[in-house]
Design a protein around this ligand. Structure first.
Ligand code: BG6
Length: 484
């Protein structure tokens, strides 16, 4: 058993969680710039956790400070990326997944000409990656759409946003296409239902009579159409370009073998894969359409939309995998938080410091399930553990829990490969500590590299290598043979 030759080992980040420099060189406001620090929210009530309103956005925009808006400062990757890329190269990265902040290129999303300073920033970074022998994997949309599109159009709810996104994507292909063949359209496209504002700029108080849920499905349809268009564009503009979709793989097991639990679980898993089904098969699953109809949700489609979706399918399937959960029809079943979800507790699994259920075998099951379903190459583009690290006086961090997490997941990946799964690569989330997407905390640390900054933005921002840094370096150097 071994990882295939040329396996793409690396790490992944999103612009809004690392770059900072939120208002420099012509960058416009993005939805991430108004995301507030929310460490203590009861994640058992996830709806409250992601609450947003026009009033809250206005309040955030009136506040020039970044203390409670940590994504405005990130980890200053904007100015330090050379040092960070050098550290990734030292670990032996073959690939680095990054996203392009849309509002750096089109500050309000609607300009006819792109912001040259934003383009130059990414070109410099991509050139540096190539110099270091690291292949970029570019996500076009990772929770950072221009805020202006959200305020003016209620985000992706409005069809006109498709054109804005296509214009942005075209510029990315034209200017960055010479640096990489590997692209992803929408990060965790399924997350629109869980956090509509972060994912698609939807503000509930702008949804009117239609209601938020219907707006989400309408916005999702627009994203599917946009994904179809940009898949084709990628193939036309980027020599050898390959476009992937990106799914949050929320692995769910039945809590018991009671048939009702199994049926509820099946529904949950099918709902989770509906998004990649559309982008891989190029059509809406019949059962999803039936379900929407039953719920009185009508998606407005224009003639030609389904044709675009059918003709713009993806080349590979990427996904994030952090945890698993169970499902039960028992309303009193004990629940636990996961990646922007609440699941029923699994008595056989340990949890992370944030309550997420750690399940390496679930990664193998996911890989097999997805490969069997889609029969296209897979890419694990996020996997990792958010933990409370302790920095020792000498700058080291003894994070054996992180090593243990990765080792167990890699072993399961290897078994899936051995079973015949075609896996292109693996990018950990995240190779360097960054701002958490959901809680906006710095103290929820994922990296192999420690960043000296606390939740309030205090610290020198200096970088240091954790124990896991040396371990991952060894894993990459031996292509997964030495995981001890
Ligand atoms: C994924 C997102 O869902 O989970 C990332 O794509 C995010 O942006 C990651 O950072 C981990 O979640 P969190 O909330 O711990 O940052």
């Amino acid at each position: 058993m071994s990882f295939p030759k040329g396996f793409l080992w690396g790490g992944a980040v999103a612009a809004n969680q690392v770059e900072g420099a939120w208002n420099v060189d012509g960058k416009g406001w993005s939805v991430a710039d108004v995301a507030t620090y929310k460490p203590d929210t009861d994640v058992k009530n996830y709806k409250a956790h992601v609450e947003i309103s026009s009033e809250a956005i206005k309040k955030a925009m009136d506040d020039p400070d970044d203390t409670y808006y940590p994504k405005r400062r990130g980890i200053d990757f904007y100015h330090r990326y050379k040092e960070d890329l050098q550290l990734f190269a030292e670990m032996g990265f073959k690939v680095f997944r990054l996203s392009i902040a849309w509002s750096r290129i089109f500050p309000t999303g609607e300009e006819t000409e792109p912001n040259e300073a934003g383009l130059v920033f990414y070109e410099d970074m991509l050139r540096e990656m190539k110099r270091l022998g690291i292949e970029p994997l570019i996500t076009l949309s990772h929770y950072e759409m221009p805020l202006a599109l959200s305020l003016k159009y209620n985000g992706w709810t409005d069809r006109r946003v498709i054109d804005c996104f296509v214009r942005f994507s075209r510029v990315c292909f034209e200017r960055f296409g010479k640096y990489t063949k590997l692209w992803l359209n929408f990060n965790e496209v399924d997350s629109i239902i869980r956090h509509p504002f972060t994912t698609a700029g939807i503000i509930p108080d702008l949804c009117g009579e239609k209601g938020e849920t219907a707006c989400c499905y309408q916005a999702l349809h627009h994203q599917f159409v946009a994904a179809g268009i940009v898949s084709k564009l990628c193939h036309e503009i980027v020599p050898g370009g390959r476009m992937g979709c990106m799914l949050t793989k929320l692995m769910t097991y039945p809590r018991t073998c009671k048939p009702e639990d199994v049926a509820a679980t099946q529904k949950k898993n099918l709902d989770n894969m509906f998004y990649s089904d559309v982008m891989v098969f190029g059509e809406y699953p019949v059962m999803i359409l039936r379900d929407l109809e039953r719920r009185g949700i009508e998606i407005q489609m224009e003639p030609g939309d389904l044709h675009i979706i059918k003709n713009g399918t993806v080349d590979f399937i990427s996904f994030s995998y952090y945890m698993s959960m169970t499902e039960s029809v028992d309303p009193n079943a004990e629940r636990t938080p996961g990646n922007t979800v609440l699941g029923v507790k699994n008595p056989y699994l340990p949890t992370s410091d944030w309550g997420w259920q750690v399940d390496p075998v679930g990664l193998r099951i996911s890989l097999i399930e997805l490969y069997d379903r889609y029969k296209k190459p897979l890419f694990v583009v996020e996997n990792g553990i958010g933990a409370k690290d302790t920095l020792e006086e000498d700058g080291s961090v003894h994070d054996d829990y992180r090593i243990e997490y990765f080792r167990k997941h890699f072993m399961e990946m290897e078994k899936a490969i051995d079973d015949g799964v075609e896996l292109m690569g693996y990018t950990s989330w995240a190779p360097i500590d960054l701002i958490s997407a959901s809680t906006n905390q710095m103290s929820k640390r994922y990296g192999f590299i420690y960043v000296d900054q606390d939740d309030m933005g205090r610290g020198t921002l200096s970088r240091s290598r954790k124990d896991s840094f040396y371990w991952y370096k060894k894993v990459i150097a031996t292509n997964g043979e030495d995981m001890d």
